[in-house]
Design a protein around this ligand. Structure first.
Ligand SMILES: NC(=O)c1ccc[n+]([C@@H]2O[C@H](COP(=O)([O-])OP(=O)(O)OC[C@H]3O[C@@H](n4cnc5c(N)ncnc54)[C@H](OP(=O)(O)O)[C@@H]3O)[C@@H](O)[C@H]2O)c1
Length: 324
């Protein structure tokens, strides 16, 4: 097997494509031949030692992937050699093969291609858990999605539409806003060229959005929060924009509004049954055509460094997927 090895987490340049011995699965593990692996923002952070999870060195980055089961370890039930699965195990995806815990593998039904499956779990699970569980988004409510053309953002647009909400998508370029419209957003705001607060006032008759989905943070957070509706819910998803914002606590008081933290990974670990039920619903929505990952492009696995550069320069729309 071959894989991109991180021996020194000082950034993407230090990754090396290496030949490694093909491992044998231990108890509870499976060997997967990887067909596709997507980039998530944490993949960018983990190779710089900036992510909350710090794997032992050396490690192979690539949090999320899909492929074919080639061998089963002792005690593995419910999976078969030759079956196609998707898996989010945090590392291992950027190579030709990896070992994965069997319990993290989601068997793929016919009609769920590996490229879509590799781009599915992290973004859709995060956005479903955020909007429906943590945010209690209801049909007829208005949600503002920041960074809406990114991975979790595009999933958030589709999920909010699937539950009958009105979506205001905002992003940094007109091209990104056009993509959000094509994904079903009812209105868009280009926050590089428009005043976010004025545009929100105009689009909501002065009321403001009921739910705000924020994977960007930075300078957008405070003006967005100042625009939230009475009893609004502000979903803290991530800080792709850099600085972690600080909000004056009089703002939630004045709006009777909530700041709601979202940590899908820990939700999945702490509440596995609720997570499994949610994943079941998402797989059903995929089969019904209600949700479908937006694939920015596929790239050969050998071009991982170029893919990282594309994500880091804010150019990706939807998901980037590496293929073998
Ligand atoms: N809480 C959770 O459970 C959870 C789960 C998954 C991901 N996340 C977090 O969600 C965030 C988004 O993840 P993602 O995979 O959707 O990433 P992504 O596809 O790269 O999208 C991030 C978006 O953030 C915006 N952005 C603003 N400044 C940026 C910068 N300096 N560099 C890159 N992007 C910038 C970009 O939109 P514009 O250009 O339109 O501004 C971009 O589309 C990350 O912070 C990630 O860690 C959280």
């Amino acid at each position: 097997m071959h894989a991109w090895l991180c021996e020194n987490p000082v950034g993407v340049d230090a990754l090396n494509w290496k030949e490694l011995p093909t491992p044998q699965p231990g108890a509870g593990e499976v060997l997967i031949e990887i067909q596709a692996a997507s980039l998530n923002f944490p993949d960018l952070l983990i190779v710089q030692n900036k992510y909350q999870m710090k794997p032992a060195l050396p490690f192979v980055p690539g949090s999320e992937y899909a492929g074919v089961v080639r061998a089963l370890g002792d005690g593995v039930k419910g999976l078969q050699v030759g079956q196609t699965v998707a898996c989010l195990s945090g590392t291992g995806g950027f190579g030709t093969h990896t070992l994965a815990p069997a319990k993290l593998c989601m068997p793929l039904p016919a009609g769920f291609p590996a490229v879509d499956a590799a781009a599915f779990i992290m973004t859709y699970a995060t956005s479903h858990h955020a909007l429906i569980d943590r945010g209690q988004l209801k049909a007829g409510e208005t949600v503002l999605v920041l960074g809406a053309a990114g991975g979790v953002g595009t999933a958030a647009i589709q999920i909010a539409k699937a539950v009958g909400a009105k979506v205001i998508a905002s992003a940094s370029t007109d091209e990104k806003c056009a993509l959000c419209k094509a994904q079903g957003a009812d209105a868009t705001i280009n926050y590089s060229s428009e005043n976010l607060r004025d545009a929100l006032k105009a689009l909501t008759d002065g009321k403001g959005p009921d739910v705000i989905y924020d994977p960007v943070g930075g300078d957008l957070a405070e003006p967005a929060f100042r625009s939230i509706a009475w009893r609004g819910r502000y979903l803290v998803i991530g800080f792709a924009g850099g600085p972690i914002p600080q909000l004056p606590l009089n703002l939630p008081l004045l709006k009777g509004a909530s700041i709601v933290g979202v940590f899908w990974g820990d939700f999945a670990r702490r509440e596995p049954q609720a997570n499994a039920a949610m994943m079941g619903e998402l797989a059903q929505w995929y089969a019904q055509g209600k949700v479908k990952p937006v694939i920015d492009r596929t790239m050969p696995m050998s071009e991982l460094k170029a893919a990282y550069a594309r994500m880091g320069s804010r150019a990706v729309m939807g998901k980037l997927v590496m293929v073998n």
